[in-house]
Ligand binder design. Structure first.
Ligand code: OOB
Length: 539
């Protein structure tokens, strides 16, 4: 099983020659930004604010503390932290020690955490004791008991973490910038979420360009409203874009309009990024807020499709410019540009970051369509991409990689798009078995497997149903074992109690006697889901 599928060596040489890959690590980035902006605010939390010098020193101490705790360069550590300043000191500390963070989201529970830890053979978990009513450290300790490689749990606020964070800084060798820096999570469409290996070189290129495309300057103030471990608030342009620019990051403990607007006024926030349902909630709240939002210049909206109607309301309601972003943890990120005409800003999801992001829009009816099976210009097709910051393979997933990538290295995004002459993409749908619940991704098969673990369930198929607020919600169609039909409420509780993120618990459960016939008489999951999706749309 390969940890990392590198780019072909000539391709890598070109990306270096063209200046995309600069041989800088995240640790070195923080050092150079701190040299230029030591006294400026780097991060603002609920109870504290750190300058770049403060962040830099904390990251040095944590790096030393990790080494003292016996964690070695090249090892993996699962990081599950809410939006608190320690997210940054921990992650930069891990980077300086050459240890790879595995980015779990706060919503993840035992089942997901155990999978990330065992799949990456993590040495430790870094989390908080408690947050928002959930006992994170308790779950992490349970995972440590289940997964042999996990030797330690460091929960912010506990003795173990304090010791880690107060070690005396020491000189450490800078890791290889071409090596894997961290493992990001895929939204997934198959059984369990895949891990995405990103290198210092490739990710920093996307961070630098994102900061430039979003016009970040040292005077900018970025509000991280979404959970920061996600690729969007992490790097589009996100907290890392802010660090790169020497700008301040304000961490919102919750994304609701009341919290966000209070922080926008107090910290004079200039830029933020939200998913469409949150944008809609902010637009609504803005009409009656007493908070001063006049500092906001740009609001990025992405993670799920931002419909035209919502897109049109954002600028007038919030008094800022809209920037659409269509990205994926696997790599490719598209932005509408700040000087694009309104038609493109409102009607497309942007164009790629890099002139060397290769985009192919191919036959959508053939799941194996290759890079040469392009549809006519302007037609809808399946999006394939490769480029200087798009992975060539998932972490330790050789079988899956054989179908998720074309033989010539294009990633099959599973998104259906139409390309404009300008290169801007319009996302019109999805070919992958995934539900996009307002930006939160649910792999149909993962939830089906949880449902099928119930003794009363014979078969299950999870599909998207349109939803006014979230765009889509999940509906599980379930065929019960004869005479044992569990109720919808029982099944939802069953899935929740298996320790999965709440957003994966099916919104609707329909217990049916049998799945609708597919016409061709096939019983494959794919056919079933297609039939059920059609049925759900009719309703
Ligand atoms: C972002 O990353 P992921 O990995 O959670 O999800 C990627 C998928 C895309 O393949 C697409 O299906 C969907 O999310 N998506 C959008 C979208 N942005 C993402 N679909 C329609 N319109 C959009 N604007 O979601 C992500 C990563 C970096 C930046 C922004 C979003």
């Amino acid at each position: 099983m390969k940890d990392h599928t590198p780019w072909p060596s000539e391709t890598a040489a070109r990306y270096r020659a063209w200046g995309y890959w600069r041989g800088q690590t995240f640790g070195a980035l923080l050092t150079s930004v701190t040299e230029a902006h030591a006294g400026r605010t780097a991060v603002v939390g609920e109870h504290e604010r750190w300058t770049f010098a403060g962040l830099d020193e904390r990251a040095h101490r944590i790096a030393a503390g990790l080494i003292e705790a016996g964690i070695r360069s090249g090892e993996r550590v699962v990081v599950q932290l809410p939006n608190i300043p320690e997210f940054l000191s921990v992650v930069f500390g891990l980077w300086r020690a050459g240890v790879l963070p595995v980015f779990a989201l706060p919503a993840h529970r035992h089942s997901e955490l155990r999978h990330f830890a065992s799949q990456s053979e993590a040495s430790a978990i870094i989390t908080v004791e408690e947050h928002g009513g959930h006992g994170y450290a308790g779950v992490a300790r349970a995972v440590a008991r289940d997964v042999e490689s996990v030797r330690a749990v460091f929960a912010v606020g506990t003795e173990e973490f304090t010791q880690l964070a107060s070690a005396a800084p020491r000189e450490l060798p800078d890791p290889d910038p071409a090596g894997v820096a961290f493992l990001q999570l895929s939204g997934g469409s198959t059984g369990l979420p895949k891990l995405i290996p990103r290198t210092h070189d490739d990710y920093l290129y996307s961070v630098r360009e994102s900061a430039r495309i979003c016009a970040l300057r040292p005077e900018s103030v970025y509000l991280a409203a979404l959970p920061v471990a996600h690729n969007f608030p992490l790097s589009s342009p996100g907290v890392l874009g802010a660090v790169h620019a020497g700008a301040a990051t304000v961490l919102a403990p919750r994304p609701d309009a009341d919290t966000a607007f209070r922080l926008i006024e107090a910290e004079r926030v200039t830029i933020s990024g939200v998913v469409p349902p949150l944008a809609a909630a902010w637009v609504q709240a803005a009409a009656r807020t007493t908070h001063d939002l006049s500092s906001v210049d740009v609001l990025l909206v992405g993670g799920a499709k931002c419909g035209r109607e919502l897109a049109e309301r954002i600028g007038p309601a919030l008094g800022c410019r809209l920037q659409q972003v269509f990205g994926m943890a696997e790599g490719l990120v598209c932005y509408t540009r700040l000087d694009d005409p309104a038609e493109l800003v409102l009607g497309t999801q942007g164009r790629p970051i890099s002139p060397d992001d290769e985009v192919r829009v191919v036959n959508p009816d053939d799941p194996r369509a290759g890079s040469s099976d392009e549809v006519s210009p302007g037609e809808v097709g399946a999006l394939l991409t490769r480029g200087p910051y798009t992975i060539r393979g998932y972490y330790r997933a050789d079988d899956h990689n054989a179908t998720a990538f074309t033989p010539d290295g294009f990633y099959r995004t599973g998104d259906l798009v139409r390309r404009r002459q300008s290169g801007h993409l319009e996302v019109v749908g999805r070919a992958k078995e995934q539900i996009n619940r307002g930006g939160e991704k649910v792999a149909a098969e993962e939830v089906e497997n949880h449902l099928m673990a119930h003794a009363g369930v014979l078969d299950a198929a999870v599909v998207a149903v349109p939803d006014e607020y979230l765009g889509e919600r999940t509906c599980a169609y379930v065929v019960p074992v004869e005479g044992a039909a569990p109720t919808a409420a029982q099944l939802r509780r069953f899935v929740r109690e298996r320790g999965v993120a709440a957003f994966k618990v099916p919104d609707l459960v329909q217990v049916v006697e049998q799945f609708p016939a597919t016409g061709v008489g096939k019983t494959s999951k794919r056919e079933l889901r297609a039939a059920l999706t059609a049925l759900a749309k009719e309703r």
